[in-house]
Structures are given as structure tokens and as C-alpha cells.
Design a protein around this ligand. Sequence first.
Ligand code: ATP
Ligand code: MG
Ligand code: MG
Ligand code: MG
Length: 456
Amino acid sequence: RTLTAGQVRSKFVDYFATRGHRHVPSSSLIPSNDKSILFTNAGMVQFKQHFLNPTAAPCKAAVSVQKCVRAGGKHNDLDNVGYTPRHHTFFEMLGNFSFGSYDKTQAIRYAWEFLTEELQLPKERLKATVLESDRQSLDIWTNVIGLPRSSVAQLTERDNWWSMGEFGPCGPCTEVFWDNHSMDPERWLEIWNVVFMQHNKTLDGLSDLDTLCIDTGMGLERVLSVLQGSLDNYQTDLFVPLLDKIRSAATNRAADPALHRIMADHVKSSVFLMSDGVIPGPVNRGYVLRKIVRRGARAAATVGGIHMTDLVPTVLDMYPRDLYPELHERRVQVTEMLRSEEEFLHSILTRARHQVTVYLKNATSESRVIPADRAFDMYASHGFPLDVVEMIAEEHGWTVDVDGVQVLLEEHRHVSAGKLTADDEPTTKSVAVTNAANKFVGYDRLTVDTTVRAVD
Ligand code: ATP
Ligand code: MG
Ligand code: MG
Ligand code: MG
């Protein structure tokens, strides 16, 4: 009997709820009152203040199924999508959290018991990693849990130190891996990360927290890929309906299957981001969303016979209303916004493709790089955004001097008047949907600093 996504979500929540954890709903993908990250990238984001001040937390422990987007900032998986079986821009994280109410042993015990008893995963296929200096975790895994010493790897901070971004609560972690018994580089599949929140990083450096807190995160799609046997997130019930729909509509049989996966992934992140109030735009979150939509739309154009918009009903069927009401409530706006972005991309691509191709035919550059001033001019005189120019250049085996364009854009921004802060960034709540696709530039570099200026 294989478990479905819905069953795994319920099992997880029930397991921890019956062990004193309060079930807290997923928070928005736009972190509230937090300018240090672009999107909610882990379950702990909404609990950040509780780790810093556990005595003020409204509960001692919590459990959640959190929607996450990793497409910018420290945890950015955008370029992995379609090319690994396990990274998405949008995914759900199952997590349990303690605000000073239990210790490392209990945290590790919960994870182990949930995997091996609730989900009945065979113990001998599970491995753990710990931070090399963390003797205590090594001891818990080998002496309390009873894992063979050879099943616990001691790694450096590169692997076993977790932080949500550049600043904020952080600490050593221990991770659980599934051994797929193959010889390939994908042999070890990371499924669960148990973080010991012991420090806080600020501009002043690293400080110790008074109370040990626990923050864990397990990727729902990944654990499903283990439970359902494929070890490929795209073959789980959280992707199959989308891929079936894409495959049966596709007119270009020769298109790279990675494009199908990119479409399936990107339509999810687009729809979830839009329903949380992000609108495609020239800077910050809006720019990342725009980039995601455009990549998806371009993949769709190559696959043929289908648009990103056609996939929205499938996404809504897969993520039920009781779990994600906002998705269903904003269905109409989201569909329209996606449609207008997609149409806009196609119209600009058609115009830009002609011009850029003519340019490339006459250009002489041995390194096949479009110089910054040319790319900037394509934006300034014709309105062709940098990423669109990059797309077309790529089709011809060329690249663009992106760094040079940034410099020119920066200069351009200094002479422009409008100011916009991250908090003033328009959202679906404040801007009519029809405005969505109007203005943009290919400003590519993301800043998480608090003040950004509008580029046009
Ligand atoms: P990886 O090393 O595979 O990139 P990670 O170490 O960056 O994962 P964590 O920050 O530890 O991931 O997040 C906790 C869990 O969330 C991971 O163990 C994994 O199950 C899941 N996860 C992380 N990134 C993704 C992603 N891009 N798509 C789907 N699931 C993810
Ligand atoms: Mg990662
Ligand atoms: Mg990792
Ligand atoms: Mg990890």
C-alpha cells in the first residue's frame, strides 16, 4: 500500500499533534516583517522570533506543513529545476519545532520513530550525518538510536550547519538520508534536516541563544518519492497529473523532457506566489516571479500545444481548498495574470527575436558575447528586457555581458526618480491585475537589502 501526499501530510501532523505539538497552518510565501529573505524558504521562517525569544512563544512546540519557494537568496534552486529529480522552486516542508521544550535526543528520536515506525521505512536504508564537532549527536545516533557507526557520517559546516539566510537563528544540524543502493552520484537522498537552533547571526556576528530550540524540515515530495518507490519527485502524485497533462498535449515530441518538468514545477511556484500576493514586476520578488513565469512559458512554447495557464486547474485539483484556501480564492486573478504574462512574453519574444537575430548576423565577436552597451540599448530603445535578450542569444550560442548591463542599469537608476521599498512593492492586493505585464526591465541582480529603487 503506497501512501499519497495527503496521507503523509496527515500522518505527520497527527504524529506530532498527539505528542504535544500545536498544528500551525502554513504561513504566506511572503515572509511577514522580515526583510532578510525574499520568500519563505523553510518551515522555521514563521517561527523565527520564537527561537530568539522562546519564553514569549504562544506554544511550546509546533508542527506545520509549510509551502516554500527556493528561487532567490541563500537557498536558490531555480537552476536545478528540471535537471535533478529532487529540487523544486516550490515544495512543501513538513516540520516539527520546539521552543525550548525538548532536547536533541528527543528531536532525533521523533524523526527516527516517524520514519521507521509511522512510515515503516527499513532502518538499514537510513543514514545520518552530523557536524564533526557535535559529539553529542553522534552519540545519540549510535548509542540511543542504535545506528551502526558506519551509518553516521561526520561532516563539516558546509553540510551540517543551517541558517535561513545571511542573518537570523542558526546552528548545527543532523540530517537523515535514504540510501538508494546505487553507485550513481544520486545515491544519497537527503530527506530530513534536524537543526539545533543555538545561535543567532546579526551584523555584530554570531551570538549564543539562551535556550536550545529545535527546527526540523522534511521535503514532502522527497519522502513521497521514497515511499512510492520511484526516487523521483516527478513520479509522485504531486507531479504526475501535471506531467500527464503536458505529455498528452505536447506537439513537439522531440522537446527535452526536462522542459516538461520545468513547466510543472514553475506553474506551481507561479500560482502559489501569485495567490500569496506577488505580482510579476521589475524588482525583488516580482522579478523572480516574472523570471519563473517566463522560463515556464518559454518551455511551454518549445513543448507546444499547451500554455502554462492550461495547467492551473490541475494545480488547484492537486492542492485542496482546505489546505490552501488562498489558491482557490484567487483562482480567477491568478489565471488572468499568468495569461497576460505569457502573452506578453510571446509578443516581446517575437519582436526581440527578429531584432536580436539581425544584430547577431552582423556582429563580430569571437567570444560570442553581446556587449553591455548593446544589450542595454536593446532595453532602453526597444524595451527588450535583459532576460529576453539572454534567451535569444542563448538560442544562437551567444551570451550577454550581464555584469556590464547591471552597471549601466545602476547608472540609469540613479537618474530615475521613483523610489520603491521592498514593503511598498505592489502586490495583488494593491494593483489591478491588468497592470501586471506592463513595465519591466531585465534587472537581474537580487538584493535583499531593505531599499530598492524602481528601475523605470
Ligand atoms: P539539498 O542539499 O538536497 O539541496 P538542502 O540541504 O538545501 O537540500 P534543507 O535546507 O536542509 O535542504 O531543507 C530541508 C529539507 O527540505 C531537505 O532535507 C529536503 O528534504 C527538502 N528540500 C530542500 N530543498 C528542496 C527543494 N529545492 N525541493 C524540494 N525539497 C527540498
Ligand atoms: Mg539545497
Ligand atoms: Mg543538503
Ligand atoms: Mg539540508
